[in-house]
Structure formats: C-alpha cells, structure tokens
Design a protein around this ligand. Structure first.
Ligand SMILES: Cc1ncc(COP(=O)(O)O)c(C=O)c1O
Length: 661
C-alpha cells in the first residue's frame, strides 16, 4: 500500500468508527416496544407461576394472593418503602403471601387429587428445614401450615430443636433424617413424650441399635422409618442422590438386617414408615413414577415381613421451573403439581390394591417448590463496562506499524461473504501488534489503536453475522465477547451460591423501565474480586442465553431482581471477600392491597463479618488506635486528625459490607 492509499484508508476508517452503531444498540423489533414485549423477553409468565407481572407504567409487580383475590403491588413501591426504612441495596426480599399460597396449594392439590383418585389414605406435608432455616421463614411456614398440620423435616440436632420449638400443632409430623447420635435421638424422644408425631428415619444399620437403646432408656416406643436406596435413577443435577452409590439410605441387604434386628428385639411393630428421596429438582415425571413403583415393592414386602407400616414418605424432588421451559432439562420440569399428585397416588394405589394393602399416609418433603418463589434478591447496578471502540486519533500517526495497516485494510474490506476470513485476519494482525508491542516496536498508544480497530472489526462482523447462512462458532461467540459487563451491588457467593457452584439458572430482570426497550446485551459482575463472581446464564425466550438484555443506564438508580432464590441460597452462601448477609425484608400484602413491612433484619456489619473470621472488632480498633497514636507522637498527624480517623474506622466497623452510595 502506498502512502496515499494508506491515508485514504485511515480517513475512511475514522469515518466508519464514528458512524457505526455499536452491537446491541440497533432496534430489534422495528415496532414500538410495549410491556408485552418485556414479559415475553424476560419470560415472567413462563417462570413466574402467576406471581409476577408488569404494570402498564413498566414496573414489575408482585401478584400477591390474598383472601380477597390477587393484589398487585409494584416493586417500585416496595423499593421506596425500603429506602424510607434506611435499608440499602442489596436486599433479600421475602414475599410472605407466596409462602402461604404455596403451602395451601400443595395441601389442597393433594386433597383434591385424593378425592379424584378415590385414594383411601391422607396426605401430610413436611418442610425440610435445611432448604431455608431462617427463623422468620420457619415461623411463617409453621403458621401458614398449621391448618394443614404441615410438619417439618430435621436433618440434624439443630434443625430438630427448631422443629420442636416452632411447630404449633402436635398433629404435624416431625421427620428426623440424617445421621443420629444419642443426643439427637433423646431430643426426638422428648418431642414424642410431649405429644409430637416424630419419625426416626434409619439411614444406617448401626443407628437402629442406638434408637432401641435410647427408647428403652426413656421408656418411649419410637416410630421408625427406613430410608431405602432405590435403583431408580433420576435425570438432572441431583442424579447421584439415587442409585446404588447414593450416599444415603439402606441397601436391601441392610434393610433385611434391620428388620431381623427389630424382630429379635420384639420391636418390629415400631417400623411404620418407608422413606426414599430420589434427589432434589427431579425434572422428569417418569422418574418419579418409576421411583414410586419401585418403592411400593419395598412397602409391600415390609408388610409381608410383619411391619405395620402406614406411612410412605417420598422425600423432596418436586421441581421448580426456573427457566420456564417446561422441559426435562435440569432447570425445569415436564409436569405440574396436579400431575405430580395424581401420578403418585395412582402408582401407590395401583400397586397396593393388587396386594389388598390399605393405602398409606403419603408424605412429601417438598422444599424448593415451597419456598423458591418467596425470595427475590434486589440489587442496584453500580457501573457498566462496555466494549465499544473509542474514537481514533485523526489523522492516525505517520509510519504506523505494518500490523496496524493490515488491520485497517481488513476493516475496509469486510464483506458478508468473507466474514470468517475477516475475523481470522483481525485476530492475526491484532496478535501481531501485541507481539510487536512486547518487542518494543509498537508504542502503548499504537497498541491502543490496534485494539480499537480490532474491536471495530468485531462489531462489524457481529452486525453482519445474522446474514450468514451458517456462521461458525467463533463468529457466533463474538456477540458474547462484545457484551457489556453490568456491575451489581451483591455477591454471587453470598446470595446466589448455586449460580456459582452448580451453574443454576435463576431468572434475572430489571424491576422498572420495562416499557422501554432494553438495548444492551450484558453479563452481570458482582462486587467480589473473583472471576467466578458473575452471572452469565440467563433465561431466554427461545433457549437460555449467555447475555441478558438490559437498559442503558440513565440518572436513575437501575435495579435488577434475581427470582426464585428462596430455596437453599440463604444459608449455603459464604463470606467470600467478606461480603456478609444482605439486609432482609419480609413484606405482606393485605387483602385490601396494602403493603406491610412485617419483618426486617439488618445485614451483617463489617464488624460482624470480621468477627466470623476471628478478627475481634474491638481488638482491631485498639490496634489501629495505637498506630494512629504513634503517628501523633511522631508528628505525622495531629490529635484531631487522629480523632477523625478513629471515628471513620469505628463507623466502618458498624457499616454495611456492600457498596453504599
Ligand atoms: C431427605 C431430603 N428430603 C427433602 C429434600 C428437599 O428436596 P427439594 O428441595 O427438592 O424438595 C432433600 C434435599 O435434597 C432431602 O435430602
């Protein structure tokens, strides 16, 4: 290329860089955007179970079921209330009406299905405490569950103490799973003495001797269940909870050993429950049917062995449709609650009727289905990094490195027919420029120019890619590489641990501006200094996506909600980078549609999280005070400056661990 050609090429380049709209800013529909488009894009009606909607003014609403029908409240009203109460973002918002509704729906759907199927047994639900142990949540479950005698499942001594002290009705069941020492069993026997119906579910053969010994000691007859390892395997993430190698449950050999030990001890009449748990979040109803059919064989044969039985506990597994696809993918499920109830009842009745065995009381330990919709993590966006090319110096410097000339040449010859070649060239010459920079042949400014031109080329290729018949994976991935990063005021590790640990997809969407078309494509970064601290899998309207469409920031605070996070997330979270528990607020919507802030819990202060990792705030303060005092003595600061510093230090210890504006 001669000098003239070069400068012509540079001029064309400068014009193009300024004119072209960046990827993601082009209008996507061509027609005016409405809130219906927002519902479709974010899938509120697919994953929201009817609990979330969008108002005409573009705000997300919670559709709270009340005794006088559904009352819609805008999230902006809730956020105003949070602000008035001095509760900064991030906030874990609990919507109490939803817990009430879920427990009611679970119990009433089973009751209806029992009638429809002429099933001659009862249904009793128990909530597994491990799914959300927070005191206020368990109290609400106990309160709303009282009219159905909804019980609790405890997997440890601590959880058993919660169950014994919280359940209002003695008719509610307490199911004790997990490994049990003498103290665990003693506690359970005390609960039985005061009138609770409590089941000790035997997980290992050794437990049975201890249960029998402690029952004799207290002179209380235990109700015993046996947890069996079914060979039915489930699809989805928790497939290892079932099958021969599952960690929990008894093999058939161990089960026979237990039956024999109970018979020898003259206690076989205490064996009253069959328990199994195929796994959490079972996506395929077929697996549930198969598991129930197999479990029925165990139930029938335990009766044949002489155990009275009477209770059939299916454990958890009732799945949540996190991505709204209604499929057998791990984040979804191909059945609804009614089908779940009917299929279970049908399988049990059919199997037992053949043997003339009375229908047992059915128990489910549905955790995530009961509480997932209740909680929404709300956080504000602090900043955005985009990958837009910047304006280039005009004219470009003389004698520019050859690799940069070649990048300009590539930019000027982009055509849809040769996009792959254009991409290959852009990456090759960009890498050449980087190499030349390392060899000292390209200056920092020139390297910036090279990166900028390459970025411009990538944007152009991404814009033309939809015209290609069969774009390659490398072409398709450009869009993701160019997506924005929206930095959110939260910690993935603290508030959404499953998104990090097991790639769980949670629905994420803005809670306002839904009447405006979102023009940006983004991933979400959190506050931690960890590259895993990001959300990059989102619910899409066709398939799940690696970027989320968001609005360009304006002067107003921009808040996102992460939905269906009421199960497992709150207590599994950790203190990575010492970001602590968020503020938590429970709201209830009255039957007149009034928003009530019924419970609030301030998040951890910096002093709190420091003490969790054994740094005592007072000690830290004392050490810093001594440092500052030395500085006063050395004349580096004055005594009043020292006071200012100590005040700041003290306020920080009492402050929120998250970003405060
Ligand atoms: C024994 C037992 N019961 C119930 C549950 C709750 O399962 P889910 O939340 O899927 O209903 C679990 C969780 O894995 C469990 O291990």
């Amino acid at each position: 290329m001669n000098t003239e050609q070069q400068s012509a090429s540079k001029n064309r380049l400068s014009q193009r860089v300024r004119r072209d709209p960046p990827v993601g800013e082009t209008s996507t529909t061509g027609t005016a955007w409405t809130v219906e488009d927002a519902k479709e894009l974010y899938g509120t009606e697919r994953w929201g179970m009817g609990y979330f909607g969008v108002s005409e003014s573009g705000n997300l609403t919670v559709n709270a079921p009340t005794t006088r029908g559904v009352q819609a409240i805008e999230f902006t009203e809730i956020m105003e209330g949070l602000q008035q109460r001095g509760l900064n973002m991030p906030v874990m918002l609990r919507l109490e009406n939803l817990v009430d509704d879920r427990i009611t729906e679970l119990n009433e759907t089973f009751a209806r299905a029992i009638q429809e199927a002429n099933y001659r047994g009862d249904y009793r639900g128990v909530f597994p405490i491990k799914v959300n142990q927070q005191s206020h949540v368990i109290s609400e479950i106990a309160r709303y569950g009282e009219r159905f005698d909804h019980g609790l499942e405890a997997g440890s001594k601590a959880e058993l103490l919660i169950a014994m002290s919280t359940l209002p009705s003695h008719e509610s069941l307490i199911v004790c799973n997990g490994y049990k020492d003498a103290e665990f069993i003693d506690l359970g026997l005390q609960a039985q003495r005061i009138g609770f119906q409590i089941f000790f579910v035997v997980e290992t053969p050794n437990e049975i001797s201890l249960i029998l010994e402690r029952s004799k000691h207290w002179d209380v007859e235990p109700s015993i269940g046996v947890r069996v390892k079914l060979s039915t395997k489930i699809d989805g993430h928790w497939s290892n909870d079932s099958g021969d190698r599952s960690l929990f449950g008894l093999s058939t050999v161990q089960l026979i050993e237990i039956v024999d030990r109970l018979r020898t001890a003259n206690m076989l009449h205490c064996l009253r429950m069959l328990h199994f748990h195929l796994g959490s979040q079972i996506p395929n109803i077929r697996n549930i049917r198969d598991g129930v059919n197999e479990a029925c064989r165990y139930y029938i044969d335990l009766i044949a062995e002489g155990a009275p039985m009477g209770f059939f506990d299916l454990g958890g597994g009732l799945a949540v449709d996190y991505d709204g696809s209604g499929s057998t993918e791990g984040h979804s499920r191909n059945y609804d609650l009614h089908e779940y109830c009917v299929d279970i009842l049908d399988c049990v009745a059919t199997s037992l009727d053949r043997e003339n065995i009375p229908h047992p009381t059915l128990i489910t330990e549905s955790g995530r289905w009961t509480v997932a919709p209740m909680s929404v993590l709300l956080f504000n966006i602090l900043e955005v990094t985009d990958f837009q090319p910047h304006e280039l110096p005009d004219p470009l410097p003389e004698g520019i490195h050859q690799s940069i000339d070649c990048l300009i040449e590539t930019l000027n010859h982009i055509t849809t027919r040769r996009l792959q070649e254009n991409l290959n060239d852009a990456i090759y010459y960009r890498d050449e420029a980087r190499k030349a920079f390392q060899d000292g042949k390209v200056s920092l400014r020139e390297r910036a120019i090279a990166e900028n031109i390459c970025l411009t080329i990538l944007h152009k290729i991404a814009a033309q890619a939809p015209e290609m018949r069969r774009p390659s994976a490398s072409i398709l991935s450009i869009k993701d590489q160019l997506s924005d990063i929206y930095y959110g005021n939260f910690s993935v590790f603290q508030s959404l641990p499953d998104a990090w640990a097991i790639d769980q997809i949670f629905p994420v969407m803005p809670v306002q501006r839904l009447h405006e078309e979102p023009t940006r494509h983004a991933i979400i970064g959190d506050l931690t200094c960890d590259c895993d601290g990001q959300l990059n899998k989102f619910v899409g309207n066709q398939a799940n996506t690696s970027t989320l469409r968001l609005h360009e920031l304006n002067d107003e605070e921009y808040c996102l909600g992460v939905f269906l996070v009421g199960a497992y997330q709150e207590t599994l979270g950790d203190f990575h980078n010492l970001f602590g528990d968020t503020n938590v607020v429970s709201v209830r919507v009255s039957s007149e549609g009034r928003l009530q802030f019924v419970h609030e819990l301030k998040g951890d202060s910096i002093g709190d999280v420091l003490s969790y990792v054994e740094h005592q705030p007072q000690e830290i303060y004392g050490k810093f005070r001594s440092r500052a005092e030395e500085a006063v003595e050395a004349g580096r600061i004055t005594a009043s400056q020292q006071q200012e510093m100590l005040q700041l230090f003290d306020e920080s210890l009492r402050g929120y661990t998250y970003f405060e504006s």
